[in-house]
Design a protein around this ligand. Structure first.
Ligand SMILES: Nc1ncnc2c1ncn2[C@@H]1O[C@H](COP(=O)(O)OP(=O)(O)OP(=O)(O)O)[C@@H](O)[C@H]1O
Ligand SMILES: O=P(O)(O)OC[C@@]1(O)O[C@H](CO)[C@@H](O)[C@@H]1O
Length: 319
């Protein structure tokens, strides 16, 4: 059985995380600590999957000195990579962690422009890799120059080879991507609300909205809700998962850790309840780590039983 997972980061980043004590907008902020991690959603997913001992390769586009540094940082973690080089410079995303409030403020650059030539080469190599791939993870924003329906194109290619795609995107990239019926989606609550065009006030409303996305090939929707945990929905079941308490150090990569755990659960054939436990525990452990550092397999495994699980049908069967 195939077990290879490919993560794609078309717009990766060096994540520069600075820690301040009491972040002041429009004032002088003295930085207490700085760290730089290899970032981008697909790269974070690959970092977790490597720690889960999965057969993962990080694909993407890199550019300039920053791009070479990024690729080196990923490879130093023992993750096999396939990066095509583009012109310009891979972006640096600034993450400001406020020690006082435990809040993270993110300032993400648009990224280097991608040319049609690089894109065509990438898609060509991508299609060649699909026959040996079991799960594909598409995550993050698209770089300037890329068509908004790029994820849709990739999902269509992957589907021709029976590859299960997990899509973690927002805005237009998500809207277009959904039309190609990825196997699973991981919107956070704000991305889901933006997609459907209205606010969701209760768990029942979230389940209803998530269920509305299922069908025509979409099998799972995981709606993440920060400290509130998540709602995991399949055609047959809906589960409310609540995390154990943590002290958040940087929430960057928490959603990506959920996506990684979902890819792991798909490969391992876990049940929906097990998937709810693995994804939620992975997200919460990553949120308790500094910068874009991510959870390990043993840290997650140790906490699985502490994730509180409630089947949604228990309190409302009408959704
Ligand atoms: N403050 C927190 N306390 C406990 N768990 C948290 C906290 N923040 C995040 N998590 C865990 O991480 C998961 C994903 O968080 P979130 O909904 O913020 O994802 P996201 O918005 O996709 O994150 P990102 O895009 O930064 O990776 C949550 O479902 C939860 O399990
Ligand atoms: O700008 P995008 O592509 O939407 O998000 C990029 C990013 O914020 O996502 C990761 C966290 O999920 C970070 O490593 C990275 O900086």
């Amino acid at each position: 059985m195939k077990d290879a997972i490919i993560t794609v980061s078309m717009n990766p980043a060096l994540d520069k995380t600075v820690t301040v004590n009491g972040f002041t907008v429009a004032g002088l902020n003295r930085i207490k600590d700085v760290r730089v991690d290899a970032g981008g959603k697909g790269i974070n997913v690959a970092k977790v999957l490597k720690r889960f001992n999965a057969n993962v390769t990080a694909w993407g586009i890199q550019a300039g000195e920053e791009g070479r540094l990024l690729a080196r940082m990923v490879e130093q973690q023992g993750i096999p990579t396939f990066f095509l080089e583009a012109e310009g410079r891979t972006r640096t995303n600034l993450k400001v962690v406020d020690e006082a409030t435990k809040e993270t403020t993110e300032l993400n650059e648009p990224g280097a422009v991608i040319t049609e030539k690089v894109l065509t080469d990438f898609l060509d190599r991508f299609e060649k890799a699909m026959p040996a791939t079991a799960v594909l993870v598409l995550g993050g924003s698209l770089p300037p120059g890329a068509p908004q329906d790029l994820y849709r194109q990739m999902i269509c290619i992957a589907s021709r080879y029976g590859v299960k795609t997990i899509l973690d995107a927002d805005g237009e990239a998500l809207k277009f991507g959904i039309t190609a019926a990825p196997y699973a989606l991981k919107p956070n609550i704000h991305e889901l609300e933006a997609l459907i065009g209205y606010e969701l006030e209760s768990d029942q409303e979230i389940v209803k909205a998530a269920k509305g996305l299922l069908g025509d090939g979409i099998q799972y929707v995981i709606v993440s809700m920060g400290a509130e945990g998540s709602i995991v929905v399949s055609g047959e079941e809906a589960i409310r998962a609540r995390p154990f308490p943590i002290v958040p150090l940087s929430t960057v990569g928490a959603g990506d850790s959920m996506v990684a755990a979902l890819a792991f659960c798909l490969i391992e054939g876990k049940t929906l309840e097990e998937t709810a436990r693995w994804t939620t525990a992975a997200g919460s452990i990553t949120a308790s780590k500094p910068g874009s550092d991510v959870c390990t397999f043993f840290e997650v495994e140790e906490k699985l039983a502490l994730v509180s699980i409630t089947p949604i049908s228990k309190f409302n069967t009408s959704v």
